[in-house]
Design a protein around this ligand. Structure first.
Ligand code: ATP
Ligand code: MG
Length: 239
């Protein structure tokens, strides 16, 4: 049986996967027992005290209050902020599914719910014969797709849904993140059009919170969760 959890992917890099996954982790922390987080592959690490660290993994870990070792939360931390397979090559590393699976299995054995953040979008290469989509499929986790709200998002989101379906990956739904306070013309129809054309549910439309730091965004997303259909879907996944 697969562990409970979900795989958070995006239509692109920088769309808010970490914020949304961390918001969900923060929300579930008081409702789901032990929440585990994984950022299997980070490219674009920061160097601190001579060690490479994954800021995504650190934020996810903080949000979930996950006490697992960082070597399992973030097994591959690569230096350059470029396609992970290329960042790995330049670091002299090879990203292997089996290594990620080992961390995933250890995490699954002592958490009640796992949140996995991909890297970029579904067809981003992680290593030889390993795209983000392959990772989601092989881990057997359903997808939550994070999308931008602005012009171009209909195309990117529909392509992401088609890609998932073509590969037999279950899509739980879509989250539109960073919706502006005053929507422009394109934002005003995007959620409706995406839902109509994709056949997938838009489970949340999260606002853009300007002028606040990452942790404050996470707190706000978590506090807002109960208002969104995503909360009901998460509760369903927990049963
Ligand atoms: N709802 C929001 N309100 C305000 N700022 C946000 C929101 N969502 C994301 N951001 C900001 O946008 C930036 C990108 O978000 P995030 O790091 O979550 O993207 P990502 O999809 O995880 O990127 P990557 O592909 O690098 O992992 C961050 O600086 C984050 O603080
Ligand atoms: Mg991220």
């Amino acid at each position: 049986m697969r562990p409970k959890g979900l795989f958070v992917t995006g239509t692109d890099t920088g769309v808010g996967k970490t914020m949304v996954a961390a918001g969900i982790a923060r929300y579930l922390r008081e409702r789901a027992g032990r929440v585990g987080v994984l950022k299997p592959v980070t490219s674009g690490a920061v160097e601190r005290g001579g060690t490479l660290v994954s800021e995504d993994a650190e934020l996810l870990r903080w949000a979930a209050q996950c006490e697992a070792p960082l070597s399992d939360i973030a097994p591959y931390i690569l230096r350059e902020p470029i396609a992970p397979s290329e960042a790995a090559r330049r670091d002299g590393v090879m990203v292997r599914f089996e290594r990620i699976r080992e961390s995933f299995d250890r995490m699954a054995s002592f958490h009640d719910f796992l949140l996995v953040e991909g890297a970029g979008g579904l067809l981003v290469p992680l290593g030889p014969d390993l795209l983000v989509a392959d990772l989601a499929k092989r881990l057997g986790m359903p997808l939550l797709i994070v999308a931008r709200p602005d012009l171009g998002t209909v195309n990117h989101t529909l392509m992401t849904c088609e890609c998932a379906r073509a590969r037999g990956i279950k899509v739980l739904g879509i989250v539109i993140n960073g919706f502006p306070e005053i929507p422009g013309s394109a934002e005003s129809y995007a959620p409706r059009l995406i839902e109509d054309l994709s056949g997938e549910a838009v489970l949340a439309v999260f606002p853009r919170y300007p002028d606040v730091d990452g942790k404050a965004v996470v707190e706000r997303l978590a506090a807002r969760m109960e208002k969104e259909p995503l909360a009901t879907v998460l509760k369903g996944e927990l049963e």
